[in-house]
Ligand binder design. Structure first.
Ligand code: ADP
Ligand code: LRH
Length: 486
């Protein structure tokens, strides 16, 4: 089939992107874009999952109006969040957003039942306060008892479109409940949550063919004939497929969107004590690879300063304002829990700077500069850890996702890491999603061929590392700031 559509829903926005192979290149066309975000109700943060479902239908109906009568379709979204379904397939609850504060302290409480090192040994997954394991641990036990099936968000969207249930592998790994050796849910972890394996469904691998849209949806909304394909439904897993890299072990990726996910692709997991102490994760990648990476707070902080300032300017203008501000004047420890979901990100950053005896950034440009400088320094630390743990010397860092639009951050990252940075494609998640559909259809041979195609199809900007004034002094300042917080 010549037409392929990726539904890619990040925490900040969703899109339907049409992909075709044209003269040996992958051509993308945006069919539909919509905003996403969580909202507070009764003191908790929730996603509006029905809104997302409706937007998918709207996008598909547009595709049909634009002449696409037949296509394949794959869906990816952010990770960890889930839907509980009862016996009739109805949702038992609204979908909690992972930044909701109900999981504060949940990891520590869970580890009283199974020590942190044992959980890591079994799952290889980094501790993030919002992993599905900890979310389910604090979920209402009455609702868990009523639950027939637990689907993650993209699994649920596949279900709404087809009536069929799966737990897709790459996203299932982010639950922190898959056993690395058994490649299935870990019975002991499930037992500690009071759950049974039968409440999850069959695990499905990216590249599997899935099935058609429900005929009643096609009719009611005048949709094209779609065959759904199982793609890496964790957005970061799709983004990693879309990295235009070549060779083995000499490149790393930074998937740069709401989160910054920095890491390497490995053929085998690395769940050593050192990896655990550095909080590296072994999420499943497409085609039985492992995404050895770390979550860094990312451009969420930029999205939030923009939101609390009334969205007075766009992202490009924020970057421009930041480039006029003094470099490395004030720094923040990006991964501190206080930046996960503060009421007011600007004030939180200002308080941090005040408390640590640094100049307080005032203008939006100064605050943005503080974020970009601090992110680049965090990337530098992460790259050093990555090389140390894996023993691989990295030559190129590929930045993909919306953050690849940010030339200031890309150059800072090259300067501080000392690596060549290659930025693009900005829609790598949709690209990876589409590539897996094309692999499933036999149009692209494998992931290596897919990455070559990505390199040939998109503009990739290279940033050579430049000098940083007083770099050693800056690094000492950065390290001492972070050690004050441990
Ligand atoms: P997600 O999929 O997590 O919602 P995206 O990959 O869409 O995130 O990336 C969104 C981020 O990309 C924004 O937070 C913003 O910082 C960055 N971005 C998007 N467009 C631009 C631009 N023109 N200039 C600079 N940064 C940009
Ligand atoms: C990025 C992402 C990331 C997860 C987080 C919940 O969108 O999927 O990989 O850790 O959201």
């Amino acid at each position: 089939m010549a037409n392929h559509i990726a539904v890619d829903i990040g925490a900040s926005s969703g899109r339907l992107i049409h992909g075709t192979l044209d003269g040996g290149r992958l051509k993308l066309r945006e069919l539909h874009r919509f905003s996403n975000g969580f909202r507070k109700m009764d003191g908790h943060d929730y996603w509006d999952i029905d809104h997302l479902f409706r937007e998918i239908l709207t996008g598909l109906a547009k595709a049909k109006r634009e002449g696409i009568r037949e296509c394949t379709l794959g869906i990816d979204t952010w990770a960890v969040d889930y839907v509980l379904l009862d016996q009739t397939g109805e949702r038992i609850h609204e979908v909690y957003a992972y930044r909701d504060t109900r999981t504060n302290g949940a990891a520590d409480n869970f580890h009283l039942r199974m020590p942190r090192a044992e959980v890591y040994g079994r799952t290889g997954i980094q501790e993030l306060s919002f992993n599905t394991l900890y979310q389910l641990f604090v979920h209402d036990s009455g609702q868990l008892k009523q639950t027939e099936s637990i689907l993650l968000v993209p699994d649920y969207l596949y279900f709404r479109l087809t009536g069929k249930k799966i737990n897709e592998f790459t996203n299932a790994s982010t639950t922190q409940m898959l056993n690395l050796e058994r490649n299935d849910f870990d019975d002991d972890l499930l037992k500690l949550l009071g759950l049974s394996r039968t409440q999850f469904v069959q695990l499905a691998e990216p590249g599997d063919r899935f099935g058609p849209l429900l005929p009643e949806l096609m009719e009611a909304y005048d949709l094209p004939e779609c065959e759904l394909i199982v793609v890496p439904s964790h957005d970061t897993a799709s983004a990693v497929v879309g990295v235009p890299a070549s060779g083995e072990n000499s490149w790393a990726y930074l998937s740069s969107g709401t989160w910054s996910l920095l890491g390497a692709e490995l053929a085998k997991p690395m769940n050593t004590l050192q990896a655990m102490e550095c909080n590296y994760t072994n999420e499943r990648g497409a085609f039985r690879t492992y995404r050895f990476l770390k979550n860094i707070m990312g451009l969420w902080m930029i999205q939030e300063i923009r939101r609390v300032s009334g969205e007075a300017c766009g992202f490009a203008e924020l970057v421009q304002a930041a480039s006029k501000a003094l470099p490395f004047r004030s720094l923040i420890a990006c991964n501190a829990a206080r930046f996960l979901n503060p009421d007011n990100m600007v004030e939180e950053i200002q308080s941090f700077c005040r408390e640590t005896g640094q100049p307080v950034p005032i203008s939006l440009g100064e605050v943005a500069r503080c974020i970009f400088d601090s992110l680049a320094l965090t990337y530098m630390d992460c790259m050093q850890e990555l090389e140390k743990i894996t023993g691989n010397e990295i030559e190129v860092l590929h930045i993909v996702g919306g953050g690849a639009n940010n030339a200031l951050l890309s150059q800072l990252t090259a300067d501080l890491t000392g690596k060549t940075v290659k930025a693009g494609p900005t829609e790598s998640t949709a690209v990876g999603n589409l590539m897996v559909q094309m692999i499933a259809c036999g149009l692209i041979e494998d992931m290596t061929a897919a990455r070559k195609l990505a390199a040939e199809s998109f503009d990739i900007h290279s940033y050579a590392p430049g000098a940083v004034e007083n770099k050693q002094e800056l690094i000492s300042r950065w390290k001492s700031l972070n050690s004050q917080l441990q």
